[in-house]
Design a protein around this ligand. Structure first.
Ligand SMILES: [Zn+2]
Length: 293
């Protein structure tokens, strides 16, 4: 496949696809029936990225379920950077758990491209990417899944929602060193994040927000989303959010990154890529420092 497509035509294709799928509010077909957004169109650029990858990317499905007569699946992309003598770092990145926040999914296209183009950054890195955790919500343009649940309040509570059960299984199986969830907030004018899990998390989120400031400002309010915040960092969170299995030791770092929903999509994507790459860089630095103690 890669032999038949030149990089410039691929970029042009990717750009034209992205123009078409940039999020719009839900449309109707004139009969007041909602027109569903296309998951295939959203994910196609990611799969083009995988299909034209030299070696480091592969895509598969974590599992599927039925909703009425439709079948849905939870996509996963695995990035394996060049092995080296350094310890392998295993991170999970989740996006699209709220169906009306496609910025994270789109940012992951850019992030994976960046990681492929910068193999030194990705060395000894195993990234498990879950780009669309709420496919029915994406189709409908809603925060909740089609079953009516906010999936990000359902974790580790015995939820029977298939999306939640599949993600919980992944989290238990892979024992990640770090977990990152991408969201966007329509009440915030700037970037911010939740730091949870291991105590090092704040020391990852701080430089990540600083790096992302090149694209978008940080929300400096003392209360964000109802929580006490300092320099765009919040330490508490809602119950039932996507997180490591309760009691996991050692605790992984856990970051929820929120981009301002109303900011230009390109800026949100750029900010996410800057933040994610800084987290990878900084985490590796910490692991190297810890290993040399
Ligand atoms: Zn969200």
């Amino acid at each position: 496949m890669s032999a038949l497509i030149s990089p410039s035509s691929l970029n042009a294709t990717r750009e034209s696809m992205l123009r078409e799928i940039r999020p719009s509010n839900m449309q109707t077909n004139g009969l007041d029936e909602p027109v569903r957004r296309s998951i295939k169109e959203l994910l196609l650029p990611l799969f083009v990225q995988v299909g034209t990858s030299a070696h480091s990317l592969r895509a598969d499905s974590v599992g599927f379920w039925r909703r009425g007569s439709d079948r849905y699946w939870l996509p996963r992309i695995i990035f394996r950077g060049t092995p080296c003598e350094e310890p392998t770092i295993r991170l999970a990145i989740f996006a699209g758990i709220h169906g009306d926040e496609p910025a994270g999914t789109l940012a992951l296209i850019d992030f994976l491209q960046f990681m492929e183009e910068n193999p030194f950054l990705g060395r000894a890195c195993h990234l498990y990417i879950y780009p669309l955790c709420n496919p029915t919500g994406y189709e409908d343009g809603t925060r909740s899944s089609r079953s009516g649940y906010d999936l990000n309040r359902q974790f580790w509570q015995g939820s029977l929602e298939p999306e939640v059960a599949l993600i919980e299984r992944e989290l238990m199986q892979h024992r990640f060193d770090g977990i990152i969830a991408l969201h966007s907030d329509d009440t915030s004018e700037g970037l911010y994040g939740f730091a949870r899990g291991a105590t090092m998390t704040e020391h990852l989120l701080k430089p990540a927000l600083a790096a992302a400031q090149a694209a978008l400002p940080v929300n400096e309010a003392s209360i964000i989303d109802g929580f006490h915040a300092v320099n765009g960092i919040i330490h508490t969170a809602y119950d039932g959010i996507l997180s490591a299995p309760p009691g996991t030791r050692p605790a992984p770092f856990e970051i929820i990154l929120e981009s301002p929903h109303h900011a230009p999509m390109d800026a949100q994507r750029h900010a996410c890529v800057l933040a994610l790459t800084e987290i990878v860089r900084e985490y590796r630095r910490m692991v190297a420092y810890g290993a040399n103690l």
